[in-house]
Design a protein. Structure first.
Ligand code: FEO
Length: 397
């Protein structure tokens, strides 16, 4: 199959692919709208490819690359990020271009050996080093732990384009366009939040360090390995990553509850009512048994307020709440305005565990809580409304 070339900027082409087949990213996170594995080709006196794609899309990727190279050879493969969704096709690539030189930092090349047993025809680069393709001079910027140890970025000074690996990425296939100006971005922003929360969210400190390094570069175009190529909307994309990595969030509240027979759910609704009555407009309720964790985490990162409600189950938290609490702790999420409530039938364990969780997080927690035994009674219902109101006041301060 011969594809048309897709030029993004001078000598720089898109050769990525869309995956609408895979159910879950990393076999964990639902791909509601698919995902793009982006790869870019610069064709100067030398040709250089930025990252490759998942092995499942290898043949299609090679067809796109062959079409764009149009008879020219491939001189370099630059690996900004070696996670297999961007490196799985390297073996296939080398079958087509056996002389391609693979460029990466020390950690990348160690992983290249570890994952694929490749040690020949490689070039190790260090932070700040450059190579010239002719007119295009590429600078390598090491940005470790955004979100793997080897992650780095590559800056092309001629076109002021930065190839960022996963940074500034989003879930979602690219439907018809590649540039942000070619796409309807409404869905993309949500998928960017979900991507950040689930993939990069644990590494806010390292993202901030990367921002520090990027500050000396003039950037016109951002080429991530997932999601749109950012041009007109690059500032917004960067600002979302900047705010999320600093733990800044929008005014609003996420209520996550785990209920068995609906009593904890009634309390969740009552808390939401209290929030609304005090003027909080953005209130999102997630039933932890139904909403996928990736969407719950997205909203927790996005909004300043969080309420968790759990029934006691087998002397523990509701299993779905236990799971989401563990994911919050794993990511070390900061700066929340927090409230919690619980229910039980005989032993009130959920209240104790949520209290311990609140203390561990060091979040700003509403001082009172509600815990109902068996069915929700009038007083407990009113207290849940009051809990929402107290949290709303905390958010207004
Ligand atoms: Fe898209 Fe971290 O791989």
């Amino acid at each position: 199959m011969k594809f048309n070339k897709k030029e993004l900027t001078q000598d720089t082409y898109y050769v990525g692919v869309n995956d609408r087949t895979k159910a879950r990213f990393e076999d964990i996170i639902p791909l509601t709208y698919g995902v793009a594995y982006n790869s870019y080709l610069i064709m100067d006196e030398k040709t250089a490819l930025m990252d490759s794609v998942d092995v499942c899309m290898g043949d299609l990727f090679i067809d796109k690359l062959l079409s764009t190279l149009d008879g020219r050879t491939l001189d370099y493969l630059i690996i900004n990020h070696i996670e297999p969704d961007h490196s799985g096709a390297i073996r296939t690539l080398r079958q087509h271009y056996p002389n391609v030189q693979i460029i990466g930092n020390k950690k990348t090349l160690s992983m290249l050996d570890g994952f694929y047993g490749m040690t020949d025809n490689i070039l190790e680069i260090k932070d700040g080093e450059t190579i010239s393709l002719g007119k295009h001079e590429l600078t390598f910027i090491l940005t470790p732990m955004v979100h793997w140890p080897e992650t780095m970025m590559t800056y092309d000074s001629l076109t002021q384009t930065i190839f960022t690996g996963d940074a500034f990425g989003a879930f979602g296939a690219l439907d018809g366009g590649v540039l942000d100006t070619e796409l309807d971005l409404d869905r993309v922003w949500d998928e960017m939040y979900r991507y950040y929360a689930n993939i990069v969210g644990k590494y806010g400190v390292q993202v901030q360090k990367a921002f520090g390094k990027l500050s000396k570069y003039d950037i016109k175009m951002i080429c991530s390995t997932h999601g749109p190529v950012w041009t007109a909307h690059k500032d917004k994309a960067m600002e979302i990553y900047n705010q999320l990595s600093k733990g800044e969030a929008a005014k609003g509240v996420v209520i996550v509850y785990g209920s068995m027979y609906g009593n904890t759910e009634i309390m969740a609704e009552a808390v939401a009512q209290g929030l609304r009555e005090e003027g909080i407009r953005n209130v999102i309720i997630h039933n932890a048994s139904k909403s996928d964790d990736s969407f719950i985490l997205r909203d927790i990162f996005k909004y300043k307020g969080l309420v968790i409600g759990s029934t006691t189950y087998n002397g523990d938290l509701h299993p779905c709440i236990k799971n989401i609490v563990a994911k919050i702790e794993n990511r070390g999420i900061k700066n929340k305005e927090f409230a919690y409530f619980s229910s039980f039938s005989w032993g009130n364990v959920a209240d104790k565990m949520l209290k311990e969780f609140a203390e561990k997080t060091k979040w700003n927690t509403v001082e009172f809580t509600v815990s109902e035994k068996m069915g929700v009674k009038k007083e407990g219902y009113q207290s849940a409304i009051q809990l929402g109101k107290e949290l709303a006041k905390q958010l207004q301060d």
